[in-house]
Design a protein around this ligand. Structure first.
Ligand code: NAP
Length: 269
């Protein structure tokens, strides 16, 4: 079994960051907007801040008291020319989340607005691509996994993982099945898949009897179980049965963090 180590993929992505930053005319300067109160997303935001500081990228966190306050702050930031990238600290309710589509496409560093998503689906090269979905693709590419004619099952259809993976996997000539909570016979779909991408947020959900032998497994899930971080795949259960697997932690998460910085730099290039 091969471990698809995310650290190596991330290092490869990061290696030209300094050179690219030295070439751009404007230093990136990002704003993260959220509403006070979500502890889990605070951890993610602190990580982003730390990564930005490492590359001397401007970082501003604006936490609002309520939705009205958020809308006011968003308007100010949107009109602020010194801000080169904007992202929302999630979760946010649907009403507020729709404002993502008002972020100018170039400043949408997470690539989740309607404009970038449209570009991605139509194959436009300058689309900003949601980092987690791109992390899956970069990992597949780094380890030389050829998807042409392969059956790939994606489990999870969110706008940050499952959906943006569709055009990226089609571009690699894979045949795709997208599964979700209403999929009738999930095991039947998974047992014929050469590659399974798990993104559902359920600790240790995938077991070896659900997949075919020598499948390649990509684990996007990040779950907290008994004080530890685990993925959506039961790593211990499947590890001697599969051809390759991304670990959690140490897999897609680290690559995602590197790709957010990549998107931030891209937005000023
Ligand atoms: P999400 O928006 O909650 O979506 C979860 C998806 O899983 C939904 O499409 C849901 O189906 C599907 N699902 C849930 N239970 C299922 C089941 N039993 N069988 C089949 N499908 C099921 O989640 P997300 O934001 O995409 O995140 C997914 C996981 O990835 C989470 O653990 C999250 O923490 C992690 N994540 C990791 C990174 C990283 O950098 N590694 C980044 C982002 C997220 P329905 O659509 O039918 O409800």
């Amino acid at each position: 079994m091969e471990i698809l180590d995310g650290k190596q993929v991330a290092e490869n992505i990061k290696k030209d960051f300094e050179e690219r930053l030295n070439k751009v005319k404007i230093r990136p300067n990002i704003a993260v907007l959220g509403i006070k109160g979500d502890g889990a997303s605070d951890i993610y935001t602190r990580k982003i801040k730390k990564n930005c500081e490492k590359y001397r990228i401007g970082f501003k966190l604006i936490l609002s008291e309520n939705v009205k306050d958020f809308k006011k702050n968003f308007k100010e930031i949107k009109d602020d020319e010194s801000i080169t990238g904007i992202m929302f600290q999630q979760p946010l309710d649907g009403n507020v989340l729709n404002l993502i589509n008002e972020i100018p496409a170039q400043k949408d560093i997470e690539g989740i607005g309607i404009n970038n998503m449209g570009k991605l689906f139509l194959g436009n090269e300058d689309a900003q691509i949601p980092c987690t979905s791109k992390a899956v693709i970069k990992t597949i590419e780094y380890y030389g996994i050829n998807l042409e004619g392969k059956k790939v099952a994606i489990v999870g259809r969110s706008s940050i993982v499952g959906k943006p993976l569709i055009p990226q996997l089609l571009k690699k000539d894979a045949t795709i099945t997208v599964c979700h909570s209403k999929t009738k016979n999930l095991v039947k779909e998974l047992q014929t898949a050469d590659v399974v991408i798990m993104a559902i947020g359920k600790a240790n959900f995938l077991k070896k009897e659900m997949i075919k032998k020598d499948a390649i497994l990509i684990d996007v899930g990040i779950n907290f179980l008994d004080g530890k971080i685990v993925g959506d795949i039961d790593y211990e259960d499947v590890k001697d049965y599969v051809k390759a697997i991304t670990p959690v932690p140490g897999g897609i998460g680290i690559v995602t963090n590197a790709l957010l910085i990549d998107n931030i730099i891209r937005s000023v290039e």
